[in-house]
Structure formats: C-alpha cells, structure tokens
Design a protein around this ligand. Structure first.
Ligand SMILES: [Cu+2]
Length: 756
C-alpha cells in the first residue's frame, strides 16, 4: 500500500491512486471509483504527532479533491474544491500535508461533485500516543476494527439527484412506501391520507433515496474480519464512520449491549445502550463483548428506512443473528406529520422543547417501541393515561390535527416507552472539561434549517449557498450557533476544521463534535472557538442536500490569501454553481388519439416548462404552451410566469369558441403571449390564472400524480375554456408507463408513456 514511516521526522506517507473501476453489486456492471483498487478507500492510520503526507494521483478523466473529515489542519489542506483549493485536474498529482494534532476516529472522502456516492470514502484512524494523559486502559488498548458504512445504487448519482429534484416517486415505489389511497383505505387511514394532502404533503418518508445495497467495509455480509482468535469475554473496539451519501444507520449487536466510548473522534464517558443511530458523516467508537466461544455474533447496520441491512460477524463459528428491525408504520408517521404541519408549511412544536434527539417523533413508526401496526393508535392514546375514546381518536384524525390536545412529551421519548435503551445526544459526556475561554467575545448566529420536499430545495433561512454571502468571523471569538429545524427531514450539519461543543445539558463537560444531527422541530446550540484562519464550510452532510445548496461558509476576517486559490472571484463563482444547476425532466405519451408530452427544466427558483399536444382525430393539429416562471417563498407554492401559447389545426372548422366568461376565441390558429400565476392549493391542486394578449382570461385547476394504488397515478385538469383531461397512468418501470386518458379535445386514447 506504499506506507512507510521515517522515525526521525515522523512523516507518514500514503500514495492514493484514484481510478475508474467497474463494480457489480447487483448483477449489473456499473462504474465506480476505487482508490488503490479498493472501495472503501484504504484506511489511513496515523499517530498524534505525525506529519501526514498524502499524494493523490488523480488517474480519472475528471477532477477530484479529498476532504479529511473532522481534522484540524491548515485551510488549504481541507480539500473543498473552489473554497480551499482548485480541484485536482485529471492525470495530475496533488500533495496534501499537515501535522496530526489530534486523535480519534475520522474519515475522508471526495468533496468533488457526487463522487462520494460511488466509492470515494475511507476510514482515517488517528491513534493516541501511548504516553497520552487521556489514554484509557481497557479501551484504547483493545483490538480495533475500522468500519465504514455506506450504500450503493445502480443509478448514476447525477440521475439520483435529478430524480429527487423532479419529485419522481420511483424510489418510493421501489421501497414500498408510496402510501397510496388504496393502501390508506385498506389500512384504515383514508382520513389521514386526505388530511396529509390537504396540508400539501406527499408520502411520509425518513430517507430520500432507494439503494440497492447497504455496505459495511464495502460488503453487505462480512464473514471474515481481520480480528482472529476472539474468545468468550474478549472485548473489541469498533471505529465506525458513516460514509453513506444519504443514509442514517441503526446499529445493533447480537452479542448484547453496545458501549459508546467516543463520538466524532472525541472521547466520551462510556455509556451502555441497546442500539444507536449514526447520522450521515458521524463517527462513533463502540466497545462490544464476545459473549461465547464458537459463535460469530452479528453486528448489524440497518438504514433508517429499514429496507435492507448490512452485517459483520465478530467471533468465529455458527452465526448468531440479531433480530431485524421491523418495517416502519408509515401511516402512523403520516398522522404524526399531519399533526405537526401548520397550513402555512411551518412546523408546530406544540409547546414542546425538542433537542438532542431525546424526543423522537418517529417512535410512532417503530413497532419495536410503540407496538405493531394494529395497536398503534390504541397504544398512543393509552399512554396519555386515559381510556381510548372514540372522541379523542376523531380529534386526532380531524382536520385540526392535534391542536387543542394536551401533548405529552413522554409520548415521544423512546427510552421511557420501552426497555430498549437508545442512544441520544444528551447521554454524551466528555471525560474532560471543554469550556471555552471565558473572556472571549461571543458571536451569536442563528439558522433555521429550511426545505421543500416537493421541489427538493434545501437551505438555511430559505437561502441556498449561491444566494448567501460568506459569514465573517474573527479569530479569538466564541461563535455560538442556534440551529432550528423547520423542515420535514433531519439534517446532519457538519463544520469543517473545528470541533464544536454541543450544549447538551452536560455543563462544562459538553461533548465535542463536528457533526450535529438535528431532527425536525429540534433546536440545538453549538459553540466553537474561532482558532483556525481560513474559509470553512458548514453544511448538511446529506450529499444531495449539500449539492442543492444547504450550507454556508465561515470566513475569518483579514486572513492571508490562500495560495491554492489564485483567482478568488472565479473560485467563488464555481463554488456557487453547484446549486445553480438546472434539472431536466421530459415525458411523452404516445397514444391512439394523439401525442402529448412535456419538458421541464428547473433550478432552485426558476422553472421553464413546455407542453405539447399533437392530435390525430378531431383535433388534427398541434398546440404548445410554454411557461417561464419563478417560485416564490419557502414552500414555493406561488409561481408567477410569462407564457407563450401557439396552436394550429389543419382541418379547422374555423369555429369560434366561448369560454365560461363569454370571451370568444378561435381554436384553430393562435399565437399569444400571456402572464399568469400558479398557486398550489390544499390537496396539491395547482390553480392557474392566466391572461393572454387578446384579452382572454383562463382559470385552470390541475392535480397530477394522485397515488391511487402503489403504481397507478391519476391526473385531472379542468379550465374555464371548458377543456378537461383525465389520465390514468400505470407505472411499469422507471421510464415506462401505460396510460389511458380522456381529453375534451382529443377524445379517448390509450398509449405508452415514456419519461426521462
Ligand atoms: Cu440535509
């Protein structure tokens, strides 16, 4: 692996050869990126006091860069393209070098584009020196196994990103989480489903992407580890990094309890739990015991959506499995979300003080905590200490959600609800004091985590990176940041180049971290000492959220220029280009009575959409409508636009038609400009008001993609030109559907729908 160490200078050198590779996780060959021929990338091991020299040989035909996650280092070594360096050009070598001035479990990954999703992640282990004052006998001297968690999808990550932006529900179909009307009716949640759409929400989910495989150290099943000859009573330290692009993992162990001893590379007082959730990009060190001889005990990593899992076995012999996590109760989750969502798209904390993962609203979905599906509702009401009453149940299902109901915070504390102990942030305590210098001036910042699931826009204070300025901080300041999550998903917020104290109620012993996972409606406070000059990224570590613009840059005032950024203006423009990308969606229906389709090109705020129809029968001709609009507000329900309308019919009867308002127009030939506005109403109905250059006005109501069954969608449209359309589409594959529709112009037809 090209590792050698020169004792006198303590220089530890690694050579990393980054190359294209072909992998086969699913039976299909796909492109990935391997470093030194392996996925994950090789584990890099150093000891505090070493000097790291890492030579990155970029043998790709594209640029790259590597970020050393959790490390304190000079800003120009941090590996963020266009911020701390220019990307490493193809077929060149770049040297990273920095002194190792800390210890702990960290990891490294590509920070360029979406390369992290296809193999560019690896473990980075910084050992304590044996004479370290904080050396813990019985922990720091245990046999150790680095573990990197990740996931694999056969879709190209660019395609995943595009599908997320286009609100394709293909991932939900693959996961079995469409929560269609048919499923809702069958399971007794029809009112819940209507209520959900009334509040303009789509199906409930805990993660965005469907993955083909989940991986521990690059495999779904690891029978053989580097740890040999383990006997009953032996303890093992697992140094776990979550290198997944967008998956949180539950960790459970067939051999009993898990003892957490470090988090994000920092020691914590040992705490024993039954299970824990590791957020995207966090690291945890845990100690587990081999309870018996001749048995291989499963250590299981289950993604939050519980679709699949990955295992590694500790010990040798017959396999002892741990129980798989039961399927989520999605409709219970939907009901919970309905209760939290206000009509304006904000979340309603209902007076509850949520922070540090202690109250997990998702417990309503966990059968192992709140009982199996059928008893879900009953259990919830009884927890309040009252008999289940029909009146109360109606109140919970009703359009007012849970307003007016006395909420009990304990209803969501999973450790109070069952014998299963789940780790949360409040349980983490640093073994040493972590207080910052008292006399330092404090800079207070506050961010609201904002987002929009339907259009896949993720932001801070409703601004993406390209819409915001760098945030200036001063060396020596204490920067205190309050984060409130007003979005429907959790976000693992990561700070580069610094550890922060997570103010979790442990006072002077608040744990040091560099990632804080914030659940919906939670408020968390972090603080750090501004002690490392440079431009440092602070961002959500869900790869597709980051690339959508969820982050900020902290920039030290009056800093020295970075020699690796020769043209700061160009670099800044490139940095901001990520979230300015346009995403394309196209579909076309080839039907017996005609041909219709649409093309959409959209960005964070802008939308360019054009629809066309080509009729074969009564309407022998074609028409196109094009709208260029800009989405307004956090929820992006409002979109003013300008339009172009053009139609032509070969065999026109030259008849004059009258709309509902008595305005006349000819349908045969038309070439008009318009202005108008779209507004998304409850039930996800898009109302459109449009005025054309000939003075005509059109009002239109349209609802697309009503989930009738898992794979059946319905579109409905009606407007004041007395036009209407009804479409049923059966989704056969990702790109192919079978449709039947009735259209006031083109009549009845059946066809094939192709979409990209
Ligand atoms: Cu996020």
């Amino acid at each position: 692996m090209g590792v050698f160490s020169i004792q006198a200078q303590n220089i530890v050198r690694y050579d990393l050869f980054v190359r294209d590779t072909i992998v086969n996780f699913t039976g299909k060959e796909k492109r990935a990126i391997a470093v030194n021929g392996q996925i994950p990338m090789p584990t890099l091991t150093f000891t505090e006091g070493d000097i790291a020299e890492i030579y990155v040989h970029n043998e790709l035909d594209e640029e790259t860069s590597l970020h050393w996650h959790g490390l304190f280092l000079p800003n120009k070594e941090d590996g963020v393209p266009y911020l701390t360096q220019m990307p490493i050009p193809p077929h060149t070598v770049h040297k990273y070098t920095f002194p190792i001035i800390q210890h702990g479990t960290h990891w490294y990954h590509s920070h360029f584009g979406l390369q992290e999703q296809i193999g560019m992640y690896g473990s980075m282990i910084l050992n304590k020196r044996p004479d370290d004052k904080t050396f813990r006998k019985g922990i720091d001297d245990l046999p150790t196994l680095p573990i990197v968690l990740s996931e694999w999808t056969d879709y190209k990550p660019e395609n995943v990103h595009r599908m997320l932006h286009n609100a394709s529900d293909w991932f939900a179909i693959k996961k079995g989480t469409t929560q269609s009307y048919a499923e809702a009716i069958k399971q007794g949640y029809f009112k819940t489903k209507v209520h959900n759409e009334w509040k303009r929400m789509n199906a409930m989910d805990v993660s965005d992407v469907y993955y083909d495989k989940f991986l521990i150290n690059g495999k779904s099943e690891n029978d053989d580890t580097s740890l040999k000859g383990l006997k009953a009573g032996d303890k093992v330290r697992l140094r776990i990094s979550n290198g997944g692009a967008s998956s949180y993992f539950w960790l459970t162990y067939a051999g009993g309890k898990i003892t957490v001893v470090a988090n994000d590379g920092n020691d914590v007082d040992p705490v024993e739990v039954d299970r824990m959730l590791i957020a995207v990009s966090e690291t945890y060190d845990v100690v587990v015991t081999i309870p018996a001889d001749n048995i291989a005990f499963e250590f299981l990593a289950t993604p939050e959506d519980r679709t699949k899992s990955a295992s590694i076995y500790l010990g040798e012999g017959i396999k002892q499995l741990t129980s798989p996590l039961p399927k989520l109760k999605y409709f219970e989750g939907m009901e919970m979300m309905n209760g939290m969502m206000k009509m304006n798209g904000d979340l309603d904390q209902m007076g509850m003080n949520m922070s540090m993962q202690q109250m997990d609203m998702n417990v309503v979905m966990y059968p192992e905590i709140t009982g199996p599906e059928a008893n879900g509702k009953k259990a919830k009401v009884e927890m309040d200490g009252e008999e289940p009453s029909t009146h109360k149940m109606e109140q919970m299902d009703g359009m007012d959600g849970m307003e007016g109901m006395k909420m009990n915070e304990d209803m969501y504390k999973s450790n109070e609800l069952s014998d299963i102990t789940t780790l949360n942030y409040a349980m983490l305590k640093s073994p040493t004091q972590t207080t910052l210098p008292d006399e330092a001036p404090v800079k207070e910042l506050r961010f609201t985590l904002t987002g929009n699931m339907n259009r896949y826009v993720w932001s801070l204070d409703n601004k993406v990176i390209s819409e915001s300025d760098k945030i200036l901080i001063k060396k020596g300041e204490k920067v205190r940041i309050t984060l409130y999550n007003n979005s429907m998903m959790r976000h693992p917020m990561h700070l580069h180049g610094h550890d922060f104290r997570l103010l979790n109620g442990q006072g002077e012993y608040a744990p040091l971290k560099n990632v804080v996972d914030i659940m919906p409606m939670e408020t968390d406070v972090i603080e750090f000492e501004a002690n490392a000059e440079g431009d440092w990224f602070f961002h959500c570590h869900i790869l597709y959220h980051m690339m959508s613009g969820m982050g900020r840059v902290f920039s030290y005032e009056n800093q020295e220029p970075n020699p690796l950024i020769p043209n700061p203006q160009l670099a800044l423009r490139k940095l901001k280009s990520d979230d300015r990308d346009f995403h394309i969606m196209a579909e076309n229906d080839f039907a017996t009575n005609g041909n219709d389709g649409q093309l959409m090109v959209q960005s964070t705020r802008w939308s360019f959409g054009t629809e066309w129809r080509l009729g074969y029968n009564d309407m022998h001709g074609y028409e196109t409508e094009t709208h260029i609009g800009r989405y307004i507000g956090k929820m992006q329900w409002l979109m003013p636009f300008v339009g172009f309308d053009w139609r032509y019919r070969k065999l026109g009867h030259n008849e004059v038609e009258e709309n509902l308002f008595g305005q006349k127009n000819t349908k045969d030939k038309r070439s008009l400009v318009s202005v108008g506005v779209n507004y998304t109403l409850p039930m996800l109905v898009v109302a459109q008001a449009e005025i054309f250059t000939d003075g005509n006005v059109r009002l239109q109501f349209e609802r697309n993609d009503i989930p009738v069954t898992q794979r059946l969608r319905m579109n409905l449209m009606w407007n004041t030109d007395k036009e209407y359309i009804g479409v049923l589409r059966y989704i056969a594959t990702r790109n192919l559907g079978i449709t039947t529709h009735y259209d006031s112009d083109m009549g009845f037809g059946v066809g094939l729908n192709l979409n990209y």
